[in-house]
Ligand binder design. Structure first.
Ligand SMILES: *[C@@H]1O[C@H](CO)[C@@H](O)[C@H](O)[C@H]1NC(C)=O
Ligand SMILES: *[C@@H]1O[C@H](CO)[C@@H](O)[C@H](O)[C@H]1NC(C)=O
Ligand SMILES: *[C@@H]1O[C@H](CO)[C@@H](O)[C@H](O)[C@H]1NC(C)=O
Ligand SMILES: *[C@@H]1O[C@H](CO)[C@@H](O)[C@H](O)[C@H]1NC(C)=O
Length: 401
């Protein structure tokens, strides 16, 4: 009961704070000082305990309201991004959209769930998929749109997937997906076909080198090493080499009260990944902790966490553009008790500030699930679980190619 009251109090306090600060661009950035950098790859309970002891004063549930320790910046009225109406081709019917990515040619690749939705019956309590009897989704679940015309270029992924989640196209146009029902990560050649790589055991959840549990996303380095965020149950980030050999992992579970700031390396649903290779950084949307955590992509050391009042307590996805000194594009999600703006946000890594917010005509999104940005930061795509929408945004004043 005390726990419950504490939870409600935390929610109430942060909602009040949101509305009382109004629409302001604030962002807290916390850099782990080198003296406290927890060396070694985080992988054991012993390490977990020592990390908790290193918790700096900025953490703890006061972080949302710490006077004098936040940057509360003026709101920029012009968001810069405007939605492109009538994109994509409206005749293309899609289901719940879980992922979006650019391919190398500038096409937009989306992953959707066809006639399936994720609800209370989808999984058993032990995370085993409960609807195998339905068979795989018969519609093509991967749809490639021409970024300018919005017409379907190709589609595939029929009779293959059960519950699509993440999708990433790498620099060679290979397509990496995660399926939370299969508990697998798969790499396909452009256009689909036989997987080039399959990790995890179909329908068998687990937490070791060979099993995932509802893995959420993949990020691929240009040399071919890749990261998997795993996921809804395991709360770890795993790095593999290009052949799929396990290299290292980090992360520990922090399913705790809403609004409470967690120490680094803890996740409550690591939900999406963005690789900032020029900054040697892998950024993770730590969904239910409402923050972005960034790590050194070579050795997994924590670098920075990013969060803000206006982004709220649920961060669904993050994408990276090297433009303007580095931009993170973020989408948040609805607060459990309402309030807050469900929106896209642009964070400058140069100034460590939220620069802009964007949504369709400034009205907010409903349930955005993933975001993609092109290299020069001029085009952003957002997909929603519900309504079944893929939104295109372009930056005003930038010539579109
Ligand atoms: C990871 O690399 C960074 C940058 O070289 C370094 O500062 C940090 O100490 C390294 N961490 C580990 C665990 O080796
Ligand atoms: C997209 O369509 C336009 C014409 O509408 C065409 O010029 C362009 O080459 C297409 N892009 C790709 C990547 O095929
Ligand atoms: C997907 O649909 C295409 C076109 O109908 C068909 O040729 C192909 O065999 C289907 N793939 C699978 C895995 O069923
Ligand atoms: C892309 O292909 C090149 C050449 O084969 C290879 O060196 C590189 O590792 C590949 N990158 C990825 C991400 O697979």
């Amino acid at each position: 009961m005390t726990h419950y009251l504490g939870l409600v109090l935390a929610i109430t306090l942060s909602s009040v704070h949101l509305s009382s600060t109004g629409y302001q661009h604030d962002l807290k950035r916390f850099v782990w000082s080198s003296g406290k950098d927890p060396d070694g790859i985080f992988n054991s309970d012993a390490k977990a305990a020592s990390l908790a002891n290193l918790e700096p004063p900025d953490f703890g549930n006061k972080a949302w309201t710490y006077e004098g320790k936040e940057k509360l910046l003026k709101s920029s009225k012009n968001t810069g991004f405007s939605v492109v109406e009538s994109w994509p081709d409206a005749s293309k019917k899609l289901g719940q959209l879980s992922a979006v990515s650019f391919d190398v040619d500038g096409n937009i690749v989306v992953f959707h769930r066809g006639d399936r939705i994720w609800d209370g019956n989808t999984f058993l309590t032990n995370n085993v998929y409960n609807q195998r009897i339905l068979g795989p989704i018969s519609q093509p679940t991967v749809v490639v749109f021409n970024g300018s015309s919005g017409l379907v270029v190709e589609e595939w992924g029929n009779n293959t997937f059960y519950l699509p989640h993440g999708l990433t196209v790498d620099m060679n146009n290979s397509v990496w997906v995660t399926d939370v029902a299969l508990h697998q990560v798969l790499k396909f050649p452009q256009g689909g076909g036989t997987p080039l790589l399959t990790l995890g055991v179909a329908f068998v959840p687990g937490n070791d080198d060979d099993h995932f549990c509802k893995p959420t996303a993949v990020a691929v380095m240009s040399a071919g090493d890749f990261f998997v965020s795993d996921g809804y149950c395991n709360t770890r980030i795993i790095k593999f080499n290009r052949d799929g050999k396990f290299l290292m992992q980090w992360g520990r579970n922090s399913f705790q009260a809403y609004g409470v700031r967690m120490p680094p390396y803890e996740f409550s649903v690591p939900h999406a990944l963005a690789l900032a290779e020029d900054k040697e950084m892998l950024c993770v949307a730590d969904r239910e902790n409402g923050r972005i955590q960034c790590f050194n992509c070579h050795n997994g050391s924590f670098i920075v966490q990013l969060h803000s009042h206006e982004m709220g307590s649920r961060i669904f996805s993050v994408a990276y553009s090297p433009a303007q000194g580095g931009l993170l594009i973020v989408v948040n999600g609805p607060e459990f008790l309402g309030g807050g703006l469900v929106s896209g946000f642009v964070i400058s890594l140069r100034s460590n500030q939220v620069m802009e917010a964007f949504s369709p005509n400034g009205q907010g999104f409903s349930n955005p699930h993933d975001v993609a940005v092109n290299k020069d930061g001029s085009q952003v795509y957002v997909v929603e679980l519900d309504p079944y929408k893929v939104w295109k945004f372009v930056k005003a004043g930038v010539h579109q190619h």
